[in-house]
Design a protein around this ligand. Structure first.
Ligand code: ADP
Ligand code: GLC
Length: 486
């Protein structure tokens, strides 16, 4: 039996991306289709989404909702692979320049509750045949933006006596909870008793994330270790109680890599191609990167790269604290990202002080991201917490050894280059335990030590490049969950 599943999210690569969520939403539905499922996606009609779809056709009129008028549902396809994407056309809610969540001053839009309630509500309507030609059996919602989908479906179930679809909620990041003041609850059109501790209420406010966790039939998150971590007081973001209560419905399924996009043998964005046995192209990528960032042209300087959202989560303050170790040992560092202005400034100051060895560029650019991943010797991901992390998986594929904090998905995907792991042919990168400068510094020293032993370094690179984190296995696990539910 073909299972029909609707993925509900706010981003999808290559249409619109601020982080790994977009990569997952762009890759998981096609991987499910490959396995025989009928997977489609619902997105808000952000300008980049509308502009990037082919064959956009009207599906249904929605009318006036959540403060927007003349809302409608349209359907188009992704030019690259024909994936069917539904979009909510609501100009007043979604037609804004820049980031889907924040205004130019990095402040969340004042009507985010309505903007994303519209997303969850429309998903529930599609499950109830808003598109007369297709309705899903599974509504698979991603992160707080889509958290209300299962709440609206639960409300409809109460009205009609049976569920329109079964629901899965995937947590990509528990730190973003979609919390809004309680007085906005009235705007959502949910039954009054849903504003309850057993419901969307969260310490006197309402939380879209909690709605997803509470009302969905199953909860998944993006790595096994993170699934355990979020059930603890320290890392549960106030939701550990609910998550441990639901631990039997909660599972961790590791994200995959889309190797048609991240592949050094075919990547059209990088300076030269290379394979695990012919690494000359990687050296060319490193030279090009040093040139691009005006770093000293030293082929033997150990080059650390960072491609990251610049937020507290990513632990770059710790990297700054350990930076003297990199500089002292003749290494180099390239940081590319955007986010928290204080962190942006701090990084830029360090680059100004050490222009030969540290370069920082602010921005978001897919091409440069690929070039840094390809040209670096080490990709640093020293995150405080990391639900899965895709950057370290891309780094492995490009033979750029990941240096990571042992947390979340980082712990599940990188094996430290300790002597015994090298001896047993297991090492793929550098892993530090405690989130402290000394621990990171020790991992940096391990990287220099391994780099000095070229044969071991190359063997580790080759092993990293041969790791298989393709979507196939993970898509199988999602499909198994779908089958359990329908
Ligand atoms: P998160 O989703 O928490 O940001 P992930 O490692 O899962 O972390 O995914 C990050 C994704 O965003 C990767 O595809 C990475 O290449 C991309 N990315 C991060 N910063 C930038 C940037 N400044 N420019 C382009 N791509 C970026
Ligand atoms: C989130 C997490 C990241 C994860 C991504 C995709 O943004 O921070 O760890 O890889 O979602 O699931």
């Amino acid at each position: 039996m073909t299972i029909r599943a609707l993925h509900v999210a706010s981003e999808l690569y290559p249409l619109l991306k601020t982080g790994g969520l977009a990569d997952v939403v762009g890759a998981l539905p096609p991987a499910l289709i490959e396995l025989g499922a009928d997977a489609r996606v619902l997105l808000p009609g952000f300008p980049a989404v509308v502009a990037g779809l082919s064959d956009l056709q009207p599906v249904a009129r929605i009318g006036d909702r959540f403060g927007a008028s003349n809302v409608s549902l349209a359907r188009g396809t992704l030019p690259a692979n024909g994936l069917v994407v539904y979009v909510i056309r609501a100009e007043t809610l979604y037609d804004r320049g820049g980031n889907p969540y924040l205004d130019a001053e990095h402040v969340p839009y004042g009507d985010n509750a309505q903007r994303f309630a519209m997303l969850g509500w429309t998903a529930a309507q599609i499950a109830q045949h808003l598109d007369p030609t297709w309705a899903p059996q599974i509504v698979h919602a991603h992160d707080w933006h889509a958290g209300l989908a299962s709440a609206y479906l639960k409300a409809a179930e109460r009205e009609h006596g049976k569920p329109a679809a079964r629901t899965i909620f995937t947590v990509h990041n528990l730190a973003y909870q979609g919390v809004f003041p309680s007085h906005q609850f009235g705007q959502l059109g949910l039954p009054a008793d849903f504003f309850h501790m057993s419901g969307v209420e969260f310490y006197g406010q309402m939380s879209f994330l909690k709605a997803g966790l509470f009302y969905s039939d199953r909860i998944t998150t993006v790595s096994p270790t993170y699934a355990r971590e979020i059930q603890t007081l320290a890392q549960g973001g106030g939701l550990d109680g609910l998550l441990s209560q639901r631990s039997h419905d909660l599972s961790g399924i590791l994200n995959g890599v889309d190797y048609t996009v991240w592949q050094p043998t075919t990547d059209s964005l990088i300076a030269a191609h290379y394979t695990d046995t012919r690494l000359a192209g990687k050296r060319a990528c490193k030279t090009a990167l040093q040139e691009r960032f005006h770093l000293a042209q030293k082929s033997d300087a150990l080059l650390f790269g960072v491609v990251s959202r610049l937020t507290e989560q990513k632990g770059l303050d710790l990297l700054l604290a350990a930076l003297p170790e990199i500089i002292k040992r003749g290494g180099q560092l390239v940081v590319f990202g955007t986010g928290d202005p204080a962190l942006e400034n701090g990084l830029q100051l360090v680059a100004q002080a050490h222009p030969e060895s540290v370069a920082v560029e602010l921005g978001f650019d897919e091409t440069l991201a690929h070039q840094i991943v390809a040209g670096s010797d080490v990709i640093a991901v020293p995150s405080r917490f990391e639900p899965c992390g895709l950057t370290q998986l891309y780094a492995l594929a490009y033979g750029s050894l990941p240096l990571v904090h042992r947390v979340g998905g980082l712990a599940d995907t990188v094996v430290d280059a300790s002597l015994e792991n090298i001896a047993d042919d297991l090492a793929t990168g550098f892993v530090f335990e405690r989130f402290e400068p000394e621990a990171l510094t020790a991992a940096i020293r391990r990287a220099f030590a391994l780099y000095a032993r070229r044969t071991d370094w190359k063997a580790t690179q080759r092993r990293a490049m041969r790791q298989d984190f393709g979507w196939g296995a993970s898509a199988e696990r999602y499909l198994a969950l779908y089958r359990e539910l329908v």
